[in-house]
Design a binder for this molecule. Structure first.
Ligand code: HEM
Ligand code: MG
Length: 329
């Protein structure tokens, strides 16, 4: 094998073609998947541990290697999730439901509950997952998948693209307003709802095609099988949530939610919105994270500070001032 070291991917492709067949092995008992088709796929193929337990640094490396997610976005999203859903002492987070494999529970109200945990990162009006109110916020819902396909056929001639993304984002928000009395669309979900609408375009389109048109066969592989399509090439350069304006502008909406009854959408002026990005960061730290960890001490406080520092590194080029809710070490 040493003699292969100098060969590029093309040469390896010819010499050992079977290496590139990337059918993932089936799930083993106890392997966990969750609400994110991107991370699920990375776990299926071993870019992340197959059991679904990962550290934020493993997630940053995996989303870059597998999908070419731009580094600062990867850092920001991975550490945001870890801070609210992960175990800060063992440095492990479940990409789905709560698992003892991430270690002993933190002091309440923190739960280290994994990505399925509602309303700290996961939120309502997902494209292919139901609202938490209806009982399952993490498994693919076949009715919603059918709608994803139908919209891609009607608005994208068989591809998921920015036009489809805008229509489907609007549709899912209107459905939640009309059916979910506890529907919430405030920061951070206000952002992630739009960001996730463009992720399939940024990351699931084959890098050789690179035309912002996700065909339904590739989409099915990711969403239905948590699996790379056969012979998939990742994006041919670092990708961000570019195009979010094309999803937002056809149907602008302010952050808010229903107030205990369906069809009562009420704007929440305290939530961050697209005109105030630093408030996303500030509210996430001061409300969401401090809500989970009101008075940490000792190693837990140090772990929070370490992870808060990494989290801030993900946006330190946005001109937001770093905040230190637990003091500086
Ligand atoms: C949804 C986490 C990276 C694609 C989600 C959700 C979470 C999550 C918690 C559920 C939110 C919700 O819909 O309620 C993360 C974390 C990442 C990451 C922590 C670390 C960087 C990625 C990547 C991709 C991706 C690299 C694409 C390759 C998606 C998509 C959805 C989603 C398409 C929306 C699913 C839907 O609405 O049905 N992600 N994600 N994510 N994620 Fe990720
Ligand atoms: Mg959701």
């Amino acid at each position: 094998y040493g003699s292969l070291a100098g060969f590029g991917q093309e040469a390896l492709n010819i010499i050992i073609p079977t290496l590139l067949i990337r059918e993932p092995p089936p799930l083993r008992p106890g392997d966990i998947r969750g609400p994110c088709p991107g991370l699920n796929t990375l776990a299926s193929h071993g870019y992340l541990p197959r059991n679904g337990m990962a550290s934020p640094s493993q997630i940053v490396a995996a989303v870059q290697e597998g999908f070419n997610m731009e580094n600062s976005l990867a850092v920001f999203v991975a550490y945001a999730a870890h801070l609210v859903d992960g175990n800060l002492l063992t440095d492990l987070m479940s990409i789905g439901g709560k698992s003892h494999l991430t270690g002993p529970d933190p002091p309440p109200p923190a739960t280290a509950g994994g990505l399925n945990t509602h309303a700290v990162f996961e939120g309502d009006a997902s494209m292919t997952r139901g609202d938490f109110f209806f009982g399952n916020n993490h498994d693919l819902d076949t009715t919603l998948w059918d709608q994803f396909v139908d919209f891609s056929v009607r608005f994208g001639a068989g591809n998921y693209n920015f036009t489809v993304a805008a229509e489907l984002r609007h549709q899912r928000i209107q459905e939640s307003i009309a059916t979910n009395p506890s529907f919430s669309l405030v920061s951070p979900r206000y952002y992630t709802a739009f960001v996730e609408s463009v992720f399939p375009i940024a990351f699931f389109v084959d890098g050789r095609k690179n035309d912002s048109q996700l065909d339904l066969s590739a989409a099915s592989s990711f969403f239905l099988n948590n699996s790379f399509p056969p012979d998939f090439f990742r994006a041919n350069g670092p990708r961000t949530a570019k195009g979010i304006d094309q999803v937002f502008e056809p149907y602008p909406i302010l952050p808010g939610g229903n107030v205990g009854k369906i069809n009562t959408y009420t704007v929440d002026p305290t939530s961050a919105d697209f005109s105030n990005f630093c408030l996303l960061y500030t509210n996430f730290v001061n409300e969401t994270i401090r809500g989970l960890y009101p008075e940490p001490t000792g190693v837990l406080r140090r772990a929070l500070n370490t992870n808060l520092n990494y989290f801030y590194q993900g946006i330190n080029n946005s001109g937001c001032t770093q905040i230190f809710p637990y003091g500086k070490d």
